[in-house]
Design a protein around this ligand. Structure first.
Ligand SMILES: *[C@@H]1O[C@H](CO)[C@@H](O)[C@H](O)[C@H]1NC(C)=O
Ligand SMILES: *[C@@H]1O[C@H](CO)[C@@H](O)[C@H](O)[C@H]1NC(C)=O
Ligand SMILES: *[C@@H]1O[C@H](CO)[C@@H](O)[C@H](O)[C@H]1NC(C)=O
Length: 256
């Protein structure tokens, strides 16, 4: 019953506000929903025993506007996280004829596997919500206001290789070195930036593991992005700058 209620509250609010005004009040609303989730987990949603470890085999990877390749049959979904951080760019001069060049990114990763398997509608809203809250402090804190559990970090290593470290949660998935293998523009409805203002949501991606990966990490999808795009040109930009973003990352590992 509770799970049904949760879904209907969310569907109703999504229908009532197709262009959502991201406000702290909405964050509090989300916190309340989160509290309901915890309650449902304790009480057993729909009278059933709420799964202790969430069954990711039920989770459905969101489909991109331009289809990304399906997960390789030798992979299984091992984790879903919300990433919150910045995309960095450089501008060689403050000129309208020069476009910003991607330099790298840094983000903190939070475990949302249970939402992915049980409450996908809530998960879909989460990057847009997370973008409205201050960047998490470096290091070990959980993400507020909903206390999402720290799972790891995303950064570019000294050689500029996108790296994901997933060793801060109970299930340590290792450190992966990745390269981009496919992309899609974000949907037109994606949240463009903080308070809905900004230059748009970064592309959805598939990245594949390369040499230097420990553990069994094999691929990661970046989907439901919010913010992160730079201005179209360098006219008003400093030499190096950061643009805030949030997203979901879906991690796949090699089957044993
Ligand atoms: C990105 O910029 C942030 C500061 O906003 C910095 O802490 C981080 O090291 C930079 N990372 C890369 C890969 O440029
Ligand atoms: C994410 O959280 C779930 C539920 O608490 C847990 O079962 C799972 O092991 C966590 N994932 C990782 C990678 O730690
Ligand atoms: C996708 O990748 C191609 C090739 O690297 C690039 O030209 C294009 O701009 C990318 N598209 C998006 C939406 O990032």
């Amino acid at each position: 019953m509770k799970a049904t209620l949760l879904s209907s509250i969310f569907i109703a609010s999504a229908l009532a506000a197709p262009t959502i005004n991201w406000t702290p009040a909405l964050g509090e609303f989300y916190s309340a929903v989160d509290a309901h989730i915890r309650e449902a987990r304790q009480n057993g949603a729909n009278g059933a025993v709420y799964p202790q470890s969430c069954d990711l085999s039920k989770a459905q990877l969101p489909s991109a506007p331009t289809a990304l390749p399906a997960p390789d049959p030798s992979w299984y979904l091992s984790s879903v996280v919300v990433g919150r951080g910045v995309q960095n760019y450089t501008c060689s001069s403050a000129s309208p004829n020069i476009k910003p060049v991607a330099l790298g990114a840094v983000a903190t990763l939070y475990n949302v596997s249970c939402l992915a398997s049980n409450y996908p509608n809530i998960l879909e809203m989460l990057p847009g919500l997370a973008l409205q809250y201050p960047l998490p402090p470096d290091g070990g804190a959980n993400l507020q206001p909903s206390n999402l559990l720290l799972e790891g970090h995303h950064y570019f290593d000294a050689a500029g290789v996108p790296t994901f470290e997933l060793n801060s949660g109970p299930n340590k998935l290792g450190v992966g070195k990745f390269k981009k293998t496919a992309n899609s523009t974000a949907p037109a409805t994606a949240i463009k930036g903080e308070m809905g203002l900004g230059n748009g949501a970064v592309a959805w991606l598939l990245l594949s593991a390369t040499t230097g990966t420990d553990g069994n990490l094999a691929g990661v999808y970046r989907v439901n992005t919010a913010g992160g795009n730079p201005p179209d040109n360098c006219q008003s930009s400093p030499a190096v700058f950061s643009v805030q973003y949030a997203t979901e990352y879906w991690f796949y590992s090699k089957k044993p």
